[in-house]
Design a protein around this ligand. Structure first.
Ligand code: FE
Ligand code: FE
Ligand code: MG
Length: 164
């Protein structure tokens, strides 16, 4: 990382890196959960749900990319093996054991709600002490809020169908 770029970080860089690596683990697990969910999901409105899950998977992978870029800028090392994702994740991994649409949507909504908390906390903690990380976290938070809303809208539409 550039020396001036590091100098302006007004807090312990190690602490920022720890937050970033935990979020990095979350993003990979979220990516995999969406990706696999889009393959196994079954039930009513399947096509609409698959399209949304695939789009979200792509977003989570893009988030992993954004977080890694920042980790490397700060002179850190992204978690080097998938085993470490499980060890450092905030939000965990919810295997899509039941492929029914409603269950898959509920699992991913839970994941998004966790992601919203994680990035909101990062924003509070980092604040203007590290404006670059702050800006990254805001961009990701905006996506996670949209993800939650999209999934809850699908669940609502599905509820209408299931009640018939
Ligand atoms: Fe994400
Ligand atoms: Fe998300
Ligand atoms: Mg969406």
């Amino acid at each position: 990382m550039g020396t001036k770029g590091r100098e302006i970080v007004g807090m312990d860089v190690k602490k920022v890196l720890e937050l970033l690596n935990k979020a990095f683990a979350d993003e990979w697990l979220a990516y995999y959960q969406y990706w696999l969910g889009s393959k196994v999901v079954s039930g009513p409105m399947k096509d609409a749900v698959i399209a949304e899950l695939m789009q979200h998977a792509a977003d989570e992978l893009r988030h992993a990319d954004m977080v890694t870029t920042r980790i490397i800028q700060l002179g850190g090392t992204p978690l080097l093996s998938p085993q470490e994702w499980v060890k450092h994740t905030n939000c965990g991994y919810d295997a899509p054991k039941d492929p029914f649409v409603q269950r898959i949507l509920e699992q991913n909504i839970k994941g998004e709600q966790c992601a919203i908390s994680v990035y909101n906390k990062m924003i509070q903690e980092v604040g203007m002490k590290d404006p670059v990380t702050y800006n990254m976290a805001i961009q990701i938070l905006q996506d996670e809020v949209e993800h939650e809303e999209d999934l809850q809208a699908l669940l609502e539409d599905l509820g209408v169908i299931l009640k018939k």
